[in-house]
Design a protein around this ligand. Structure first.
Ligand SMILES: [Zn+2]
Length: 535
């Protein structure tokens, strides 16, 4: 009895000690931090008086997972100018963009987005991956998918100068949390539940102003990642302080750098500027409530190739599903979406080239292959290159036991990728993939069994990605190529550097393909392409 009481007393004092420690690191708790931040931003009255916000900004974007070298320097994607108006009471924002791309190719897109609580709308062309609705609209326009709308609403809330006002009005959704350390700085913080998300709002100790607004996202390459809005350079406009520097950090790397060049509060805004035309508003999907692949939706827009569909892999207005197309005996092309795979049947197993978009697409392919080739596991997944749109579904194959075949110099990158935790992956339960076998191809590689041989060749040099591979099935004379050629479309008058790299690579390999299937596009005869050499 006595011993039991002693144990209980010890447990109680431990609990008290833990509570004391927890409270000490919470710096006075959630509501206090929000109230202090609100005061620092000008006070509740000044923020409540804000009816419209007009802003101009220049914004630069970088994409880490389209790099020339796996794990290497990010691609500078584009520099944009933004003209934005928000009607606070109406809950609507309009963003007029001029976006000058440098990657994947120089191009300028001029378009507008309108985001309301119920619908999103894009006027103009904002992507090279256009939906059927955009292609069929004159002038070009389309309704935002529920995924894009949810992502847009999340980022509008995160960047809103009125975020703390909203938090102060919803104290039941604010909770204290531990201090957050970023680099050498430690921030007192609260969490805020809104837009289906948990935001961690971190405050500057000295000023009480919000310093960072974090979400915990899923990235198809790096798994669980942090996505932080970093606020700085606060300036007073009509008694309200606004952060003129707004950057986003993805796992600590700056991928968006927005410089606000002008802010006007309560300038009149014509109502029709914020109205979505009825033809695009009626029947528009509301914001997706769950499983929004935020990083995919947001970052495909950085490089101007986002397919604005509620199924990230394909345009739901154009097709109902991905599908298998047979290119030869035991050769299936996975098509119907923006990104394809090639599947080759061996005696007792399958070889798959590329794992595009997400584990959702990989799961679709694996399930279609189980139905078609019962009892034949995918033994090899060959990744033509490390870019997020062609490798982002690798985990499902690794989890199914596949050996990953990769290009020269990329093993360490994939080791790190496969070791990264991915608890937020909506399509795959977490497991340890760090021991997945990886085969690195320096020059050429053959997968052989008693029925068939499948070959893999390095295409070096090439202008797209270091370590890029192509596939070849000698008995069918069918090749597989991603990004340096998208077969099925018209050929140019002469070879560009990417096509020239393919032609040189085929020659060096000493292979004689009749057809290529593409990671994009469909299939194309090789001879007309090879005939362009020297022209
Ligand atoms: Zn690529």
């Amino acid at each position: 009895m006595k011993r039991k009481r002693a144990a209980t007393t010890l447990a109680v004092s431990l609990v008290i000690a833990l509570i004391v420690v927890a409270c000490a690191s919470m710096s006075g708790g959630g509501p206090d931090l929000v109230a202090r931040g609100l005061q620092a931003q000008g006070g509740a009255d000044a923020l409540t008086a804000v009816k419209t916000i007009s802003q101009k900004a220049t914004v630069r974007y970088w994409e880490p997972e389209q790099s020339a070298v796996a794990g290497g320097e990010m691609r500078f994607a584009n520099e944009s100018t933004l003209d934005m108006v928000t009607d606070v009471a109406g809950g609507a924002s309009r963003m007029d963009w001029v976006r000058k791309y440098e990657y994947p190719a120089p191009r300028t897109d001029t378009f507008s987005e309108i985001v309301t609580a119920d619908a999103g709308y894009v006027a103009g062309i904002d992507s090279s991956g256009r939906t059927k609705q955009s292609l069929e609209s004159n002038p070009p326009a389309h309704t935002m998918s529920g995924l894009r709308l949810a992502a847009a609403q999340r980022e509008l809330l995160r960047t809103s100068p009125l975020l703390l006002l909203e938090m102060s009005r919803n104290p039941d959704r604010v909770a204290p949390t531990r201090d957050v350390t970023v680099g050498s700085a430690s921030y007192p913080a609260v969490t805020y539940q809104a837009a289906g998300q948990a935001f961690t709002v971190m405050f500057e100790r000295a000023t009480g102003l919000p310093a960072r607004v974090r979400t915990l996202d899923y990235d198809n390459i790096w798994g669980d990642v942090t996505y932080d809005l970093v606020l700085a350079d606060w300036q007073a406009v009509n008694g309200v302080r606004v952060a003129m520097s707004q950057k986003y950090e993805l796992n600590g790397r700056t991928v968006v750098d927005a410089r606000i060049t002008e802010v006007k509060i309560n300038e009149p805004v014509a109502a029709d500027r914020l109205a979505i035309p009825a033809a695009y508003r009626d029947g528009a999907p509301g914001p997706a409530a769950r499983n929004v692949p935020y990083q995919w939706v947001i970052r495909r827009q950085f490089i101007g190739i986002y397919l604005d569909s509620d199924v990230p892999s394909f345009d739901r207005r154009a097709t109902q599903s991905l599908r298998l197309v047979e290119l030869g005996p035991g050769i299936q092309h996975v098509v119907g979406g923006s990104h394809n795979s090639l599947v080759v049947l061996m005696k007792d197993s399958l070889v798959v080239f590329d794992a595009p978009v997400s584990d959702w697409q990989s799961n679709w392919t694996l399930s279609a292959l189980r139905a078609k080739y019962l009892g034949k596991p995918v033994k090899y997944l060959v990744l033509t290159h490390h870019h997020m749109d062609h490798a982002g579904g690798l985990r499902a194959y690794a989890s199914a036991g596949a050996t990953i075949v990769v290009g020269k110099g990329t093993t360490e990158h994939y080791r790190r990728v496969l070791a990264a935790p991915y608890t937020r992956n909506p399509d795959l339960s977490p497991q340890d993939l760090s021991h997945t076998p990886i085969v690195e191809v320096a020059d050429r590689y053959a997968i052989i069994d008693s029925a068939r041989e499948v070959q893999v060749y390095a295409i070096e040099p090439n202008p797209h990605a270091q370590g890029l591979l192509i596939g070849y099935v000698p008995d069918a004379k069918v090749g597989f190529v991603t990004d340096i050629w998208s077969p099925g479309g018209p050929l140019p008058d002469k070879l560009n550097p990417a096509l020239a790299a393919l032609v040189a690579g085929v020659k060096k390999a000493g292979i004689a393909p009749v057809k290529f299937a593409g990671g994009h596009g469909s299939t194309g005869d090789y001879a007309p392409l090879a005939a362009l050499e020297g022209k």
